[in-house]
Design a protein around this ligand. Structure first.
Ligand SMILES: [Zn+2]
Length: 68
């Protein structure tokens, strides 16, 4: 299991990126929200989508959930 976080600031394309704990691209503490502990990025992104209209996995730590 790993801790996942969502960036509270949207990317230029409107997506809120989801990161796994330890990612070098993790947003600062003031710019992220804890999503929970998950085996994979898929349920973490699903949780992020409950909070934001658009969310996507970080290409660096969650490439399998990076769709655009
Ligand atoms: Zn990341």
């Amino acid at each position: 299991m790993a801790s996942y976080y969502v960036n509270t600031n949207a990317q230029p394309n409107g997506d809120h990126e989801v990161h796994k704990d330890g990612c070098a691209w993790m947003p600062s503490e003031t710019s992220r929200r804890y999503l929970g502990e998950y085996q994979t990025c898929a349920p973490a992104v699903a949780e992020a989508k409950k909070q934001y209209a658009s969310a996507d996995g970080c290409i660096h730590c969650s490439p399998s959930c990076h769709t655009r």
